[in-house]
Design a protein around this ligand. Structure first.
Ligand code: NDP
Ligand SMILES: Nc1nc2c(ncn2[C@@H]2O[C@H](COP(=O)(O)O)[C@@H](O)[C@H]2O)c(=O)[nH]1
Length: 324
């Protein structure tokens, strides 16, 4: 198996068949809904909050609410449904999460999307939760993760997951690779390739996106959706505090397994850092869409499917020459 990451490959252009990039269709069907672009902000408390979730849903972007204020989740679903918007929540696998699912069913608060969000998703405890949710809420679209191997993708799919999330340790706020020695840090794109070959359902590529072009690369290697944390954490709408240092403006971005998030130092696998302030998230998402439209034109097609078919070359560590 060849190990490579986003920085190590370039996609090979095909003859352009459109007159303008505006003709390129970046939309993606995920579950029963179609979204503008195959991008979803990470379900982290430093990336998404209720207000942003409302705006994303209203504007045809996929979102996944984080699970770090568990007591607010039922009201969140109710609030989204009152606004006639889709509800998309995260759950863990601890015992109290079964009670939470039962409570939602009792109150008839069925979210359209549920994501099982744990660090090590290849586990019988995750499989048990997948089966429980699919039994109680068969109509909810269920994503399970995070995983790193084809075996894990197959097992979670076979248990009933409608999609799997791939990426263990490639995140910007991640220290899993340093603290445990495990993960897909440094070879996330190769892991995605391996997993998507085994998958029969959609995959979300999670972590390691550093440039807009990495979205197209993720699509090329099998992603239906691309989950992004650090590149979407520095906006006006992002939950982190604004920090000014020497006239430069930043926002705080912290890992979901960081001491900041956990409020204590046990099983810490994440850190807090500062990301540059980037203005409104609307502009960043628009730029991502435009860049993806360009990618589709370079792929010689009219939609995302064309990117999946292009050739690629491995140009180890030479892409960024002169750029950084
Ligand atoms: N994508 C990634 O690479 C990573 C993401 N994260 C994010 O951090 C957040 C917290 O994650 P997580 O610690 O799973 O959440 P939880 O604290 O909810 O842990 C999940 C459950 O699995 C158990 N568990 C057993 N082995 C592991 C293991 N190796 N790693 C984690 N849990 C394990 C935990 O028990 P116990 O705590 O007693 O061991 C706990 O009961 C999540 O949002 C997750 O997505 C964290 C690390 C890596
Ligand atoms: N190992 C850890 N991974 C984490 C933590 N918090 C979040 N994450 C993962 O990172 C991605 C976002 O990655 P990015 O490269 O776009 O910044 C996120 O979706 C999670 O899967 C953590 O504390 N430790």
């Amino acid at each position: 198996m060849e190990a490579f990451d986003y920085n190590d490959i370039q996609l090979v252009p095909n003859k352009c068949i459109i007159k303008s990039r505006k003709e390129a269709d970046t939309s993606i069907k995920f579950g029963s809904r179609t979204f503008k672009i195959p991008v979803v902000p990470a379900n982290m408390q430093s990336v998404i909050n209720e207000q942003l979730a409302i705006w994303l849903a209203q504007n045809d972007y996929y979102y996944v609410m984080h699970r770090f204020q568990p007591e607010k989740r039922a009201d969140f679903i109710k609030m989204m449904h009152d606004k006639k918007l889709f509800a998309s929540i995260s759950v863990g696998i601890k015992d109290e999460e079964y009670t939470f699912i039962d409570e939602l069913v009792k109150q008839d608060l069925i979210p359209e999307y549920i994501t099982i969000d744990v660090a090590h998703g290849h586990s019988d405890y995750v499989i048990k939760m997948i089966k429980y949710i699919k039994d109680k809420m068969p109509d909810s679209f269920l994503t399970a993760g995070n995983v790193a191997t084809p075996e894990a993708v197959r097992e979670l799919e076979n248990a009933g997951a409608d999609a799997t999330k791939v990426g263990v340790g490639p995140g910007r706020a991640c220290i899993t690779k340093l603290k445990t020695g495990f993960g897909t840090g440094g070879w996330q794109l190769a892991a995605l390739r391996m997993c998507s070959k085994a998958a029969s359902k959609p995959i979300i590529a999670d972590g390691g996106i550093r440039h807009n072009g990495d979205i197209a690369k993720s699509v090329r290697f099998g992603a239906s959706m691309v989950m992004i944390g650090s590149m979407l954490a520095g906006h006006e709408e992002s939950p982190g505090n604004v920090i000014k240092i020497d006239g430069k403006v930043y926002k705080q971005y912290w890992g979901s397994a960081s001491e900041v998030q956990k409020g204590g130092h046990h099983n810490v696998e994440g850190k807090q850092l500062l990301v540059p302030y980037r203005g409104s998230i609307k502009d960043t998402l628009k730029e991502m869409q435009e860049d993806l439209q360009s990618s589709i034109s370079y792929a010689g097609g009219k939609n995302l499917q064309s990117i999946r078919l292009v050739d690629y070359v491995i140009v180890k560590s030479s892409i960024m020459n002169g750029d950084i």
